[in-house]
Design a protein around this ligand. Structure first.
Ligand code: ADP
Ligand code: MG
Length: 249
């Protein structure tokens, strides 16, 4: 079953059509990657999916419901969580507090916020600890966020996304700017999350994409030009011309 679908989704910025009639089906439980050259419209597609701005045309269906035009905070509550290419970490707060905030923000216990201490929300705390453990930062829960390495910051951002108990996790270039060692750790992490979450991954490192994806959609100048398994995409002549160049030839 498709958990997330777009139907002829488009977004124009003035004369530029950044996303052009994209129809995408993300099956529940899969890792579905979106690849394409810089400026292809991948991040704009994520911005549409998360309600950052409304589409110019087309529809978004999440778990059978039309969510087109739903504002970002409501979409987050519905279970579409995004990580990366956007920083939402408070440097002076501990890792646990950072993740706790995200867990709390999506919990139903907003009432009483003003007169209950943070430690009286054991559910949010347990959820935050579990998310930190999931990304391998369990041991550092009490350290301030500013003290951890760049790679660990990215893991923390991922924990923040996980704390919201998402049904779909949108990852926009999780390995961008990471060292080879940090990249390896991030890839291992994404692999470990695979199967537990439905994941939509934007990435341009082809070795990562070919390694972790169940399905790959290829964007070029705002349009989807191909979709298939990693093997099918590697064999696709149009994709090679448009994007892979000499890499897969
Ligand atoms: N908020 C915006 N306003 C105007 N143009 C934008 C905006 N966001 C993206 N674009 C343009 O849309 C195109 C697609 O960008 P983007 O979605 O970031 O591509 P990708 O993530 O595939 O590199 C680019 O030409 C970019 O300059
Ligand atoms: Mg981008």
């Amino acid at each position: 079953m498709a958990l997330l679908e777009t139907h002829d989704l488009s977004k124009a910025f003035g004369a530029l059509t950044a996303v052009n009639a994209v129809s995408l089906r993300v099956e529940a439980g899969t890792l579905h990657s979106i690849i394409g050259p810089n400026g292809a419209g991948k991040t704009t597609l994520f911005n549409l999916l998360t309600g950052t701005f409304p589409p110019s045309a087309g529809r978004i269906v999440f778990d059978g419901s039309d969510i087109t035009g739903t504002p970002a905070h409501r979409i987050a509550h519905l279970g579409l969580a995004r990580s990366f290419q956007r920083t939402n970490v408070f440097p002076a707060f501990s890792l646990l507090d950072n993740v706790w905030l995200a867990a709390f923000a999506c919990s139903k216990s907003w009432r009483g916020l003003l007169w209950r201490r943070a430690d009286r929300y054991p559910e949010a705390t347990a959820q935050a600890r579990a998310a930190l453990a999931d990304v391998g930062l369990g041991e550092k829960a009490d350290q301030p966020a500013r003290e951890i390495s760049h790679g660990e910051q990215r893991q923390l951002e991922l924990a923040i996304a996980l704390a919201a108990a998402p049904r779909v996790l949108l990852l926009d270039e999780p390995a961008a700017g990471l060292s080879p060692e940090e990249t390896r750790r991030m890839v291992a992490l994404v692999r470990a999350l695979k199967g537990r979450y439905t994941i939509v991954l934007i990435e341009h490192k082809m070795d990562i994409i070919m390694n972790v994806s169940d399905r790959i959609s290829v964007m070029h100048f705002g349009s989807l030009i191909a979709e298939g398994t990693p093997e099918e995409i590697q064999r696709n002549a149009e994709v090679r011309r448009a994007y892979l160049g000499g890499v897969a030839a």
